[in-house]
Design a protein around this ligand. Structure first.
Ligand code: NAI
Length: 384
């Protein structure tokens, strides 16, 4: 059954979820994640709710079967069914082909990249107190220097743009105009406000109290400064939340020195890219970090493995399925099926605490026992 979006998301008891299996380790981690999710949903709701998985094609598998990297039918299915799960995709090499991830984000206008970062007991981390990190990052996903508006140095377009700046805009600050490449950083009021609103609503829904705007508005006064200003305008509508802001470089220090100060972080696209990887590294979780790209207004959302296709270990039953499993937990929460998500997270805590994990994590655990991809999934299900 399809989800529908009214004032809120309407969720039937049996939800059809289109999924992209993914390339490389995708065929190994995807079935494991699905089995874990199915087991949790059955257990949490005694069989009264279920996910019906429906495969759609994208990436290398799609190219082999249809000659297309991202068939129009796949996009249409995601549009119709609102949500989806995505394994890692081979990025096609060669001119003129958009990154598949970027294409999905743009075509479905998935404006919020949501990355919850927490520590799991038992997972080795490079910092002394990883348990103090427990934050969710809301990264703006459609604007900023990621909009892809740039021109190569010495190209006719760069020359034209440089001439426009100096002749029509009176710009005299370009140090080497003859050899400069140019990029454009659009940051809009609508784009900033919808992202910060999503962060605030998430905070309220999860019983959290603080939202921090991270920006470089001290230097980029109108773009990042605009984000800060519009962000505060939105947050002023949530008197129950404590709103503050911090400059991005200070944030990166603070995140190491006092990570417990942050609950929800809302930020522009490029800052969000750096911040989410730093925080994930602090909990030793860069390889297991979950992520989702969401449009809270239309309801469209894609939950994804945040790592790549790991071609070096593909086919060896070594890949860690945790990123895709935890992203699927985000999907369960999005559906309002938080009980099933909790079952999976608790099982994961229990398995890591017992020093069992796939080899990427087990090799750093004192006395760690390495499990294969499939076995890790089975142990998780046993412990639910
Ligand atoms: P990668 O993430 O695939 O691999 C980097 C390292 O992490 C490798 O040593 C790999 O074995 C390890 N690794 C990754 N996922 C793992 C897992 N689940 N369990 C255990 N170890 C894991 O990044 P790389 O090598 O730069 O990219 C390979 C391909 O993936 C490229 O085609 C790239 O474009 C694509 N890619 C796709 C992404 C996506 O679909 N979201 C994201 C990043 C890369």
């Amino acid at each position: 059954m399809k989800l529908t979006m009214g004032k809120t998301l309407q969720v039937p008891d049996v939800v059809t979820v289109p999924y992209i299996e993914g390339d490389g380790v995708g065929p190994e981690i995807t079935p494991v994640a699905q089995n874990v999710v199915n087991a949790a949903v059955t257990k949490a709701y005694s069989g009264t709710r279920a996910i019906e998985w429906m495969e759609v094609l994208a990436g290398g598998k799609s190219h082999d079967l249809t000659g297309e990297w991202l068939p129009a039918e796949t996009l249409q299915t995601f549009k119709d069914y609102l949500i989806g799960v995505k394994g890692p995709l081979t990025t096609p090499v060669g001119g003129g082909i958009r990154s598949l991830n970027v294409a999905l984000r743009q075509d479905l206008d998935l404006y919020a990249c949501v990355r919850p970062v927490r520590w799991f007991k038992g997972v080795e981390s490079p910092v002394k107190e990883p348990h103090k990190v427990n934050a969710t990052i809301f990264r703006e996903n459609t604007e900023d220097v990621y909009a892809g508006i740039e021109w190569e140095a010495r190209s006719p377009e760069a020359k034209h743009f440089g001439d426009f700046l100096s002749n029509e805009m009176g710009v005299t600050k370009v140090r080497f105009p003859g050899t400069s490449a140019y990029g454009v950083k659009p940051v809009s009021e609508e784009g900033s406000k919808r992202l910060v609103k999503a962060a605030a609503e998430y905070a309220v829904a999860h019983g959290l109290t603080k939202v921090t705007l991270v920006h470089k508005g001290n230097i980029m006064k109108f773009t990042e400064g605009g984000f800060r200003k519009w962000g505060y305008e939105v947050l002023s509508e949530y008197p129950q939340l404590e709103a503050n802001d911090v400059i991005a470089d200070a944030f990166l220090q603070n995140a190491l020195l006092k990570p417990e100060a942050y609950q929800i972080v809302a930020t522009c696209n490029l800052n969000g890219d750096y911040i989410s990887d730093q925080l994930a590294a602090q909990v030793g979780g860069i390889g297991i970090a979950p992520g989702a790209n969401i449009n809270y207004m239309s309801g469209h959302a894609i939950f994804e493995a945040t790592h790549g296709t790991a071609p070096d270990i593909a086919g060896k039953n070594q890949a860690n399925p945790s990123s895709l499993i935890l992203s699927s937990c985000m999907m369960l929460e999005y559906l309002g099926w938080g009980e099933a998500a909790k079952l999976i997270e608790s099982a994961m805590e229990s398995v890591f605490s017992a020093r069992m994990a796939t080899i990427d994590l087990a090799r750093f655990m004192a006395g760690g026992k390495a499990l294969g991809t499939a076995e890790f999934g089975e142990v998780l299900i046993e412990r639910m």
